[in-house]
Design a protein around this ligand. Structure first.
Ligand code: UFG
Length: 324
């Protein structure tokens, strides 16, 4: 298939591009390089551009003759979305509407959207399935939910089928070490744990130890980036037989507190990781753990990395030889 990957220079997008290329698809990456890296685009062709500029999309679609679009381009930091909601609504909602309109105008009917567990807000049960109420507590989660709603309407009116994949916490890196997670500034837990023990050794801060969790720190469900990419591939097949606007959770189904993750990293390096507690970070729900039964059942999704130590090992391997 000819697949357009918006945000293909970013962390999850670049892993997707590699997998699509390995599976024999023809890939075009579209990215504004605001948070992505040119060096991460190692497969397919690359077009630089911004979804909020309609003009660049028209020429891209005219030339591209795409069969499907995967959309990873988003601002995705919970904390930043609290202080810059305007940037989030512009980039994540307006940019996606432009992209969907270009699809409608060029008769592209298959769309895969990077949604988020942030659409749920504060969980009311330990394992979140797709029927859980949707009450996002930060602008980031709201933008993702808005797009999901837009997709329902675009399916009815313009017959654009979609799969929205609600990721829990993406983690780890490509097993060959070709690509990995690199943000500037880095705000994510696992890369920050690694940065506290390699290179410049930036001191690790743990945001909040007074949550109602087993050890007071936030609990998250960490899912390997290659497992996430696999679910997108399966979603492409799924939409051949199942038209509609579908939503699936993608998580490991296991909750790890921040201290659990630090301890797993200590096992990987066989050493101690120091940190200090800081006050809570705005917009963080205390726990987010997935029930991904529906994705496994419908898509035939199987998780390869079901162990935190293995996930962290891949992240360490990338950070040791990080090239961007
Ligand atoms: N944290 C720290 N120290 C750090 C970094 C993070 O204590 O240096 C804490 C956070 O406060 C949070 C937890 O570790 O409690 C995980 O934080 P991340 O920043 O790694 O991930 P988030 O849970 O904030 O968000 C990620 C994605 C979102 C997505 C969410 C869904 O960035 O896009 O997972 O679960 F919505």
């Amino acid at each position: 298939m000819k697949v357009l990957v918006c945000g293909g220079a970013g962390y999850i997008g670049s892993h997707m591009v590699k997998m699509l290329d390995q599976e024999g698809h023809d890939v075009t990456v579209f990215d504004n390089l605001s948070t992505g890296h040119k060096e991460a685009v190692k497969w397919g062709r690359f077009a630089i551009g911004d979804l909020t500029e309609k003009g660049s999309l028209d020429s891209l679609f005219e030339k591209g003759h795409f069969d499907a679009v995967m959309h990873f381009s988003a601002k995705s930091l919970v904390g930043e979305s609290m202080t810059d909601p305007a940037g989030y609504y512009r980039n994540n909602v307006l940019g996606t509407i432009n992209l969907l309109n270009a699809m409608r105008d060029h008769d592209v009917k298959t769309f895969i959207f990077s949604s988020s567990a942030a659409t749920y807000g504060n969980p009311i049960k330990p394992f979140i399935d797709e029927t859980h109420p949707l009450n996002p507590i930060n602008p980031y989660g709201k933008t993702k939910l808005m797009v999901e709603k837009i997709l329902e309407d675009y399916e009815k009116a313009y017959h654009i089928s979609s799969v929205s994949l609600r990721y829990f916490n993406a983690a780890g890196a490509d097993k060959d070490g070709d690509i990995g997670e690199s943000h500037d500034p880095e705000t994510h837990l696992i890369p920050n744990i690694i940065k506290s023990v390699v290179g410049d050794r930036v001191p690790l801060k743990v945001f909040g130890n007074d949550y109602a969790t087993k050890d007071g720190t936030c609990v998250r469900d960490y899912i390997h980036v290659t497992d996430l990419a696999k679910a997108h591939l399966l979603s492409l097949d799924y939409m051949n037989a199942n038209k509609g606007a579908h939503v699936f959770n993608l998580g490991n189904g296991k909750g790890f507190s921040i201290l659990d993750v630090i301890h797993a990293a200590e096992n990987v390096i066989n050493g101690k990781i120091d940190f200090e507690y800081q006050k809570r970070r705005a917009g963080d729900p205390p726990t987010l753990v997935a029930d991904s039964t529906f994705a496994k059942m419908e898509l035939g999704w199987k998780i390869e990395y079901d162990n935190m130590t293995d996930i962290i090992k891949t992240a360490f391997a990338w950070h040791k030889n990080q090239t961007y």
